[in-house]
Design a protein around this ligand. Sequence first.
Ligand code: SF4
Length: 210
Amino acid sequence: MKSEEILKQIAGEVAICTQCELHYSRKRAVPGEGPFDAGIMFIGEGQGFHENEQGRPFVGAAGKFLEELLAKIGMQREEVFIGNVVKCRPPANRDPKPEEVETCVSLYLERQIQAINPKVIVTLGRYSMGYFIPNAKISEIHGQAMQVRGRLVVAMFHPAAALHQPSLKPSLEQDFARLPELIARAADAPQYVEEKTPERKEEARQLSMF
Ligand code: SF4
């Protein structure tokens, strides 16, 4: 199946998904949007009120700021893919739970990444960073490029966080300004070596027995 068709199929599945409790607070699912062959994927956290109403990602103040940041590096939002780790709105704007992120990413985001095959994934905020680079602190690694599971990943602050906490704004602007250079020098990015959790160590031990 072609990438474009895969993305359409995923959008259809997401619209009726009941695989986690976030579907109860969903008005419209937000599968994400952008070209099927986008070079950059921006991955945020979850939907807010406006996203839930419109079925589109980053349409509020944070979206406007994201568009401004893109414009400063000569890009428009139509050129990139923008999505979130969960496709439905968490109730009362609470944070998505780890199991909700795990479920939604494994069912949908992973397939979107495979289909789009971007040059770089930019994580926006702690929750999407945590999926790719667990146990990291965003204050320590933002703006750094890393090779994670064969893909270039750059963690950045969430635009909404920078709007609420203006001291983060210069960091986000600087990280964005460096993005073209980080993509050009992707080969120089260090490998991120995942620390194995006790469960993963046990899985690895069991696998090594075969
Ligand atoms: Fe399904 Fe994801 Fe929505 Fe949960 S957040 S109901 S897994 S689409």
